[in-house]
Design a protein around this ligand. Structure first.
Ligand code: AMP
Length: 197
């Protein structure tokens, strides 16, 4: 990052200019896998709020410590905390299109963003597939133990699923996430292509 970019004042206008796509879906739906592929294939900047929080934690910041308590319980970090993190990250990123992975997760977060998202992709995966996938993925994440996964799923249905209604009719693209990653990516690109044409 150049020093001029760093010293640029934080502004909501920065976030307004670049196209922003958000990936929604339960834990284990493959948001990260697809985000990585879209970054590599289409040049998106991938912004994962979970990764940002895990990095803050590893760096021993106050934000990281505070967020960590919620993460370990499978709960959501408070809306004002995460919204600040995302706004700052959006303002600091360059002009490439952005892929939000894991944000927004509540209607309040969507409303706090201060701009419309260009496309919201729902990667749809039923709970039993989520539980099976996470049990098998072995990433060593503290919040991947079965009790916490169940809590994360409950939180998803309670807090995040209402966003599906919120975005229905405002650019929601629903993709079946049960297939292998290549099949899901194909469906996703197909849907995005139709949006552009
Ligand atoms: P993820 O890597 O997306 O599964 O996120 C891991 C954890 O980080 C979640 O279970 C939450 O505790 C926290 N987190 C990530 N994104 C958000 C968000 N948008 N709002 C609140 N908490 C979040």
């Amino acid at each position: 990052m150049t020093s001029s970019a760093r010293s640029r004042p934080r502004s909501r206008d920065d976030a307004r200019m670049k196209p922003v796509i958000a990936l929604l879906g339960p834990p284990g739906s493959g948001k990260g896998t697809q985000a990585e592929r879209l970054r590599d294939g289409l040049g998106f900047t991938w912004l994962s709020t979970g990764d940002l929080l895990r990095e803050a934690r590893a760096d021993g910041t106050e934000l990281g410590a505070r967020a960590g308590e919620y993460m370990d319980r499978g709960e959501l970090v408070p809306d004002d905390v995460i919204t600040d993190v995302v706004e700052q990250a959006l303002a600091e990123l360059g002009d490439r299109p952005i892929l939000l992975d894991g944000f927004p997760r509540t209607v309040a977060q969507a409303e706090a963003l201060g701009r419309e998202l260009d496309v919201v992709v729902l990667i749809d995966v039923p709970d039993d597939v989520v539980v099976e996938r996470i049990a098998g993925r072995g990433q060593g994440r503290k919040d991947d133990n079965p009790d916490t996964v169940r809590e994360r799923l409950r939180v998803y249905h309670r807090e995040t699923e209402p966003l599906v209604d919120h975005y229905e009719g405002r650019g929601l693209l629903r993709v079946d996430g049960t297939g292998d990653p290549d099949t899901v990516l194909e469906a996703l690109l197909d849907g995005l292509g139709h949006r552009r044409s």
